[in-house]
Design a protein around this ligand. Structure first.
Ligand SMILES: Cc1cc2nc3c(=O)[nH]c(=O)nc-3n(C[C@H](O)[C@H](O)[C@H](O)COP(=O)(O)O)c2cc1C
Length: 489
């Protein structure tokens, strides 16, 4: 996109531009773009400068900006939870930079206007061409740019945003900000800003675990930087796994929404407990009994409830995904620990039990690794029943006003869900078919990204279409908000 050289304009126009830009809290360059867009759209007639001024004022004032919001390229941005929000995305030089492209899409589809700064290293991984096309704006790369710096562009970039997002946040960018360096456009903008900063780190697990990175992470946390991720899992580099994977674009978008406190808040003032993930029941110090739950659905529900303003306490079993932003997460391993954590969180307005809690544990887990002894055959594991957390809370003296359970079944889905509703003292059971026949994705419901659920309550059964787990979460959060409206606290 061509840039505008303000100093080459007539003095009269420059002065008008200066005043309008100041009134609208825009840079002169941005104000000029808005005006040109209005002219191109044929909304400015010819006439004297004072008539033009009036037309321009009416057409381009921020206060009366017509919705839907226009992007810098003149395209219409969709209305969404981030409508009218301005986000400056800083892309650092890591392999996860490719995910920043999807992040731009996700933020724009929520209505945000995105501007992007790319480090020199980032440009080795993705091109300014792709980023510019997706963000529909000029991509900023240089600190000493003649066109952008006539009005101190690096300060302007940071001031004109509501939020700065660094994704991927490299070890290097974290180190620079933690230590106050400002030797390129990205680090200078980060140091010059007075706006909130969200970082999505991505790096090799050893880089993330290095004491220097741990120190920088702690310093940045104290300085008020918010983090989303990193998560555990396979790295893009071959044969690497561990903590260091960048949070997924949808998780980052959710963190942005949480930080900007975007959207309606029907659950403000409500405390909601959510459980998520599997439990690990130890056999000995190195072996355990587990299941295939990934925590994706439970974490998505916690995030969706938080977006609606709830004070969410997530009790999570061992998972490989990041803690949801804006949610207080308690990490546990065993079913008994999960039960204790949940009970300590009571009283609450609602509780949503998504975790796939192991029904049984070994009676006594061995203190030492069980050895394979020739001729003795395999050990016999004696199992005992684990606490039933849903039933315990469903019949508790401090029972929350709304109790929601999940029923993952491989057969007789509805009959089992209906039986569970009565037996466990739940108000709603979200039943999902986790059998191979569910027909959902190659990886099925457990571990996959999609789900198809039925909502079972005393009123009957409501069948929802197949959706992403985020969509199920958003719809369930809205249903919970509606149910709580009629619940007396
Ligand atoms: C192939 C390759 C992949 C890299 N991936 C990462 C990464 O994921 N995270 C990271 O912190 N650094 C990574 N680096 C190192 C950074 O690119 C390097 O530290 C660079 O100076 C970062 O610059 P920036 O912070 O200005 O973007 C990688 C380097 C190479 C060559």
């Amino acid at each position: 996109m061509a840039s505008i050289t303000i100093r080459n304009l007539d003095d009269e126009v420059k002065e008008l531009l200066r005043r309008l830009a100041a009134e609208n809290n825009r840079s002169m360059e941005e104000q000029a773009r808005v005006m040109i867009r209005a002219a191109v759209d044929g909304r400015i007639g010819s006439g004297r400068i004072d008539q033009i001024e009036k037309t321009l004022r009416d057409l381009t004032s921020m206060h009366v900006a017509a919705t839907p919001v226009a992007s810098p390229a003149g395209k219409t941005l969709p209305q969404g939870t981030l409508s009218g929000r301005r986000i400056l995305l800083i892309i650092g030089g890591g392999i996860a930079a490719y995910k920043a492209l999807d992040l731009i899409r996700r933020l724009r589809e929520r209505g945000a206007a995105i501007r992007v700064v790319m480090t020199a290293a980032a440009q080795e991984f993705v091109t300014t061409l792709s980023v510019g096309a997706l963000s529909a704006d000029h991509v900023f790369t240089e600190l000493f740019d003649r066109n952008d710096e006539h009005d101190v562009g690096h300060i302007r970039l940071s001031r004109e945003a509501d939020l700065l997002v660094v994704a991927p946040a490299t070890a290097d960018l974290m180190a620079k900000l933690a230590n106050g360096h400002a030797n390129d456009l990205a680090s200078t903008v980060l140091l010059a800003t007075d706006k909130p900063v969200l970082m999505a780190p991505a790096m090799n697990p050893r880089m993330w675990a290095h004491p220097a990175t741990r120190r920088n992470r702690a310093t940045l946390g104290k300085d008020g930087v918010t983090f989303v991720g990193p998560a555990r899992g396979e790295m893009a580099e071959s044969n690497e796994a561990g903590e260091g994977r960048m949070a997924e674009p949808l998780e980052i978008a959710a963190a942005v929404e949480a930080l900007l406190d975007a959207g309606p808040k029907p659950l403000a003032g409500r405390k909601i407990i959510v459980t998520s993930g599997p439990t690990h029941e130890p056999i000995d110090p190195v072996r355990y009994i587990a299941n295939r739950s990934s925590g994706k659905q439970g974490h998505a529900i916690a995030a969706a409830l938080a977006r609606l303003g709830a004070d969410v306490r997530l009790v999570s079993g061992p998972v490989n995904i990041a803690d949801p932003a804006g949610v207080k997460t308690i990490h546990v391993e065993r079913a008994q620990e999960m039960r204790d954590a949940v009970e300590q969180l009571l009283p609450a307005d609602a509780a949503v039990f998504v975790a796939a809690v192991a029904d049984w544990r070994t009676e006594n887990s061995a203190g030492e690794k069980i050895k394979k002894v020739a001729g003795e055959g395999p050990p016999v594991l004696r199992m005992v029943e684990n606490p039933d957390i849903l039933a315990g809370v469903g019949h508790h003296s401090q029972r929350p006003g709304l109790v929601v359970g999940f029923a993952a079944e491989t057969q007789d889905l509805l009959r089992n869900a209906e039986a569970k509703l009565a037996k466990k003292g739940a108000d709603l059971i979200v039943a999902n078919d986790v059998s191979h026949e569910s027909g959902i994705g190659p990886s099925g419901v457990m571990g996959g990204d999609r789900n198809k659920v039925r909502i079972v309550s005393k009123a009957g059964v409501e069948e929802w279409p197949e959706m992403t787990k985020d969509e199920v979460a958003a719809r369930l959060a809205t249903l919970i908000a509606e149910r709580l409206k009629t619940t007396v606290v």
